[in-house]
Write a protein that binds this ligand. Sequence first.
Ligand SMILES: [Zn+2]
Length: 417
Amino acid sequence: MRVRAYRFRAYSSKTTAGVLKTQLEVACKLYNTLLHAEQEEYEKNKRTMNKTELRQLALDLRKQNQEFQVLYAQVAQQVADRFYQARQRFFDGVANKPKKKRPHRYLSLVYPQYGWKLSNWREVGRGKNKSKKARLRLSKIGFFTLVIHREFPLEQVSQVCIKMYPSGRIYVIFTVEEAEAEEQQSEEPRKAVGVDLGIARLTTLSDGRYLENPKPLERSLERIRVLQRTLSRKRFLSKNWLKAKIRLAKQHEHVKDFRRDLFFKLGALLSQEYDVLVLQDLNLQGLIQKGVTRTRRMRLYDSSFSEIRRILEWEFVKRGKLVLPVPSYNSLRECFLCGGINQNLTLEDRVFHCPYCSFTLDRDLNASLVLLKRAGWVPPGVPAVELRPIPPLPSLGLKKRRQGGAMKQEAPSVRAG
Ligand SMILES: [Zn+2]
């Protein structure tokens, strides 16, 4: 069984959004109360409470305290679960000790089984603008209109999470337990693609195609800087501070959405064309720390290698296809043809030149071919490929955004900066 999440944008009235906000604050308070109770229990009796005790305590607090009664009972219990898990992660040595949470950092509520209902499914719009909507009722909060942009197995939903992003946008996340996709036992030979991740070119494929790095953060940086400066001048947690924070969060979310959108489209493209994905096994943190200059560090961060990897892998796994991570050690310096190592290659060199067999190729393309070779796929000789940009991504049979008035037929150019 695999857990899969389906996220949908939710819209609500201002009142309902206000109720959600209040409940988040209350849930945060409940979390902090549990944390406090746990600390007292430990000081008094030198023991920690188990999951059942914490849940019971949450319910008791809800019973005794008028304020906590705005929460749905199971939601209150889930707050206890959340604290329990945070503490467990601390005991397992993978996280810091749970701290008191601040209201502006407590952003989601979870309905584990009951308390939610989807109804009023309907189709709206026409042609390309057609979309499906549904109404979600959450007990004790109210109604939300969801835009159902993709199919999902409603009967298998195991929990519903409502999340208010720092920008004020609301999303609803349905968690579904699904059977693992069967691996396709297709007949050999299968098609494999090697993917080299880089800064100048975000991805270079072993078939010669590449995607420029759109550097979304770098392009929004000026605006983010201004917003950040405004925020830092406001009094912490004051009304104006919160307002400035929302404006900043919107800008950051835009950058994040841009990346995810691009990566998912790339993933869809590759997983439709190929059966095997070969990726470099990359230690990103090390790379960022080694980043020589500040700009280079930021560009590494802006390229979000871990996210692109995760999304590409997911697109392949989802379709029952194979992902092979291979060690990336020296992949940039190794000659694809003879395996010799060019020690003198620096990060600034865009072209790989082999000192042993005088093989010359674009550096990133050579690296992606080396990766492919390391995974055991050897194309016969040097593939007769030339470097070319990946054609426009925003049209992979994926749904198009409304473009105002008539549909534009000519495809927009690659979303490179
Ligand atoms: Zn060579």
